[in-house]
Design a protein around this ligand. Structure first.
Ligand SMILES: C[S@@+](CC[C@H](N)C(=O)[O-])C[C@H]1O[C@@H](n2cnc3c(N)ncnc32)[C@H](O)[C@@H]1O
Length: 300
């Protein structure tokens, strides 16, 4: 009955859709995930060659989490550039201490731009002002992707770049596009709950088309296997598989509780049963993975 027990975790105090916690355990998970993502996509945190864009004077890492990519973007760009790290929750103290002076941290919801609650978010996303927008793993936080990319397109300077890295909530066999989740009850319910909350289950593969609709020109789309179980078939994702088993799998019951409890009303034995099914399914074979897509686009 573990899944039915009230949560001991700490969450973002905001009206935003985001369901994951923001406590020390989560911050450690995010840093481990960031390292595994960098290895999975070839050793760089970003795929746009931003160190060769001398014109970057203002950039933002949207939903920056612990700020790990914000610092890496600051390293790759000129010290005179202003790099914003924006999140619903404040950045951990240990990161504030080591950040260079050109990094500016901001707390807020990117979807609040031009709303009364916007505050500092309006300054970050002022029209034609940003040269680079980075966003990674926002699929549980953005519940209006049309608005998100419209905001991005409006705030980019002409020639400015957006890079979006995200997951689709579909499970595949290693090295293939063969779907494994067709008959998974828990998965159907999570997808239905996500859609009801306005979230996308194709935040990775769907980005290019939404960016085009927002008037952006696609430069590149690259897809990687975000492995849940390590496989020799995808050597760059072996660390990802280890990270998932050590840090993500233990958090899955809590994620399901947040997504299927509340509005969906699943609790007690039902929730326990679905959690057990989920844990078995997501580890059911070597190389089982979700697709991770990196999309880079430019404002004409
Ligand atoms: C899964 S974490 C990824 C963190 C970071 N991008 C990374 O890859 O390490 C998602 C982060 O986005 C933030 N977030 C979610 N929705 C947001 C929103 N609407 N506006 C600003 N931040 C948001 C969350 O607070 C969380 O820290």
């Amino acid at each position: 009955m573990a899944a039915a027990v009230a949560s001991q975790r700490r969450y973002h105090s905001t009206e935003a859709a985001y369901v994951l916690p923001n406590d020390a355990v989560e911050q450690e998970r995010l840093d481990a995930q960031a390292a595994a993502i960098v290895e999975m996509i070839g050793g760089r945190p970003v795929l746009a060659p931003i160190e060769h864009f001398p014109r970057i004077s203002k950039a933002v890492d949207v939903g920056c989490g612990t700020g790990i990519a914000t610092l890496q973007i600051a390293d790759l760009t000129r010290p005179s550039a202003t790099i914003y790290g924006l999140d619903l929750s404040p950045i951990p103290e240990r990161v504030l201490k080591i950040a260079p002076s050109n990094v500016v941290w901001a707390t807020g919801n990117v979807l609040d731009v031009e709303k009364p609650a916007a505050g500092q978010v309006d300054d970050i996303f002022a029209p034609n002002s940003l040269d680079y927008i980075f966003g990674r793993m926002l699929f549980l936080g953005i519940n209006d992707w049309t608005r998100y990319f419209a905001t991005a397109a409006r705030s980019l300077s002409s020639g400015g770049i957006i890079e979006h890295q995200d997951l689709d909530w579909v499970f595949y066999r290693a090295g293939t596009s063969e779907r494994l989740n067709t008959n998974w009850d828990w998965h159907h319910r999570v997808v239905a709950a996500a859609h009801k909350a306005g979230l996308s289950t194709t935040a990775g593969s769907g980005a290019a088309s939404l960016m085009k609709d927002a008037g952006l020109e696609i430069i590149s789309v690259q897809t990687f296997e975000f492995s849940f179980v390590p496989s020799r078939k995808t050597p760059n994702s072996i660390s990802m598989g280890k990270y998932v088993m050590e840090k993500l799998v233990p958090n899955y019951p809590e994620l399901l509780r947040k997504m299927l409890g509340g509005a969906e009303g699943v609790s007690g034995d039902d929730l326990d049963r679905l959690s057990k099914q989920a844990l078995a399914d997501i580890q059911s074979e070597e190389g089982i993975h979700q697709k991770y897509t990196v999309t880079v686009a430019r404002k004409p």
